[in-house]
Write a protein that binds this ligand. Structure first.
Ligand SMILES: [Fe+2]
Ligand SMILES: [Fe+2]
Length: 371
């Protein structure tokens, strides 16, 4: 291993008071750029000023040197593979980072666990099965960014920082659903291979483009729609609070994914076909979810208020969720600049009730789903 090369001669000089001071006298970085705090404090947007706010479209170096600093010649190459801004950037990433930091919550303290009521056995089982699935799928949304983080050029540090917040958010989501499964005595339910196969698709994605489309846009979009249905599904104030807090976090991840894809496609529209092909494969997730009893049945039972009631309603409640999920997903794609309406790969039976399936129709309200 090469030595790092400590300069002992410098130590001798410094001991005699002979300082180097070239870092002080020969600085080329921008002097006198003073960031002013805004109403909430000193935000990333507040410090995006002067040359420090300029994020290069293509990173000139592959180092960990802070963007805007004076970089010494001979810095090592960190081997980053994501060196184009459009591969990870989104116009809202600075604000999303700030929001993530200010809205962290604790699955230990912020959920009223002591108020968890004794629920009828079927409801408790249903909540525990849903918690099992969620605890299972949430962690891939930490594993995926973590897998790609070190490959992203340091010049895009704000995007990296946002992905770090996502990793923490997903740890908390995994935690809160694991805790819910154990808090009411039902324990963990069943993990299905088909669900794991989709998670593997995300983890094994050959590019960030592919993984981000499958996860930020599709997978997390589906989960966001489910969390938003929390008022309908939650059997008590405990689950209501869990779903509400998770919704805030999940909306950020999906907002990043949607706006990132939009940023990417605006700069290179020729990539649209690649993204279509990732989603052609990924949409099978929706088919899998709505044909897996461990997902469909707990949802139907929670929404109806019991097994008997759910059997009477059949797929009534699950159908409402399915239609909402698919419509929100299509709107998100449209907002990102990718029209999936004429191309969605779902069996007819699962598209029943979905509005505006013809190409280019029904774009209203898409923006609501990305903030
Ligand atoms: Fe999550
Ligand atoms: Fe997420």
């Amino acid at each position: 291993m090469a030595t790092l090369g400590a300069d002992l001669a410098y130590l001798e000089r410094a001991k005699k008071g002979e300082f180097d001071l070239t870092w002080l006298n020969e600085t080329r970085s921008e002097w006198g750029v003073r960031a002013k705090p805004s109403r909430v404090g000193l935000t990333l947007r507040d410090i995006s000023i002067g040359s420090y706010g300029e994020v290069p479209d293509r990173a000139p170096l592959r180092t960990m040197a802070p963007r805007g600093s004076d970089v010494e010649a001979g810095v090592p190459d960190m081997g980053y593979t994501i060196n184009e801004k459009s591969e990870v950037w989104s116009d809202n990433v600075l604000e999303l980072y700030e929001e993530a930091v200010s809205r962290q919550w604790s699955a230990t303290r912020d959920i009223p666990w002591t108020e968890l009521p004794e629920l009828p056995a079927d409801i408790e089982h249903a909540m525990c099965q849903l918690s099992t699935v969620l605890s299972e799928v949430e962690m891939v949304a930490a594993d995926f960014p973590a897998k790609w983080l070190w490959r992203i050029n340091h010049d895009f540090v704000e995007a990296k920082m946002f992905l770090c917040t996502q990793v923490m958010d997903e740890a908390r989501h995994t935690e809160v659903f694991r805790k819910r499964a154990l808090a009411g005595g039902g324990g963990l339910g069943r993990a299905r291979a088909v669900v794991e196969q989709f998670l593997k698709l995300i983890l094994d994605a050959e590019s960030y483009d592919e993984g981000s489309a499958l996860m930020h846009l599709l997978g997390e979009g589906v989960v966001l729609s489910l969390f938003r249905a929390g008022e309908l599904l939650a059997p008590s104030a405990v689950e209501k609070r869990i779903f509400r807090l998770c919704t805030q976090d999940e909306a950020r991840h999906v907002a990043y994914g949607t706006m990132h894809l939009r940023y990417r496609l605006e700069r290179d529209p020729s990539l649209a076909e690649d993204f279509h092909s990732y989603l052609d494969r990924g949409e099978e997730l929706i088919s899998v979810l709505f044909t897996t009893p461990e997902v469909v049945e707990p949802t139907a039972i929670l929404a109806a208020g019991g097994v008997k009631q759910a059997e009477e309603l059949a797929l009534g409640a699950a159908d409402i969720l399915r239609v909402r999920m698919i419509e929100e997903y299509l709107q998100r794609c449209e907002h990102a600049g990718l029209d999936r309406r004429g191309r969605i790969r779902l069996p007819e039976a699962l598209l029943e009730g979905v509005a505006h399936l013809s190409r280019g129709a029904g774009d209203q309200g898409a923006a609501d789903h990305v903030a």
